[in-house]
Design a protein around this ligand. Structure first.
Ligand SMILES: Cc1cc2nc3c(=O)[nH]c(=O)nc-3n(C[C@H](O)[C@H](O)[C@H](O)COP(=O)(O)O)c2cc1C
Ligand SMILES: Nc1ncnc2c1ncn2[C@@H]1O[C@H](COP(=O)(O)OP(=O)(O)OP(=O)(O)O)[C@@H](O)[C@H]1O
Length: 143
């Protein structure tokens, strides 16, 4: 049984998220997703939707075995609980693969790190980013 972990913010789901989670699920038998806590999203605008709502929407996707709200401080707490064989990083995530692999090894966790691919725009007018969806809402629905 190969357990995979994916993680991210997942604020307003779109086909790019589905692509990432389906690819991550294909790396093993079970996919657990750690949803970042709002206060830990510091590299961009904080999510509009609550921790719980984002977790519940991710959990509803067919590729996902279980979704978890992340730990407030120590990112290795959920990792130790889930005990994955693979951590799948998203195509544009800022985490360094080698640094993460080194930190896992130091923590005594036997887990490899993979990088998922990005989804190209397949259909006309696809918005494959939560930020772009919010920008369009602001442009078209707000004064
Ligand atoms: C292995 C790993 C474990 C993580 N665990 C948590 C966690 O427990 N709690 C949390 O708030 N964020 C956690 N994160 C951070 C976020 O999921 C994510 O890296 C970031 O904040 C948002 O990424 P995004 O912009 O791609 O959505 C973890 C990240 C990694 C790589
Ligand atoms: N177009 C895409 N193709 C593949 N993976 C994606 C795509 N968009 C997001 N992801 C992945 O989904 C996970 C969660 O991403 P995140 O919640 O940051 O979405 P986002 O739409 O990129 O957000 P924002 O637009 O606010 O930066 C990350 O691992 C990210 O790499």
């Amino acid at each position: 049984m190969t357990t995979v972990v994916a993680q991210g913010t997942f604020d307003i789901l779109h086909p790019g998220h589905v692509h990432y989670l389906e690819e991550a699920a294909g790396m093993g038998d079970e996919l657990h997703v750690i949803v970042a806590r709002r206060e830990n999203v510091t590299h961009k605008e904080q999510p509009v939707l609550s921790n719980r709502q984002r977790r519940d929407m991710v959990a509803a996707l067919a590729a996902v075995t279980e979704a978890h709200v992340g730990h407030p401080e120590d990112f290795f707490v959920p990792i130790r609980e889930i005990d994955p064989d693979v951590i799948a990083l998203g195509y544009d995530q800022h985490h360094d693969e080698e640094k993460l692999a080194g930190a896992l090894e130091e923590a005594g966790l036997d887990c490899r790190v993979e990088r998922a691919s990005g989804r190209e725009e397949v259909h006309d007018d696809e918005l494959l980013s939560t930020g772009k969806i919010i920008d369009r809402i602001c442009r078209e629905r707000c004064d």
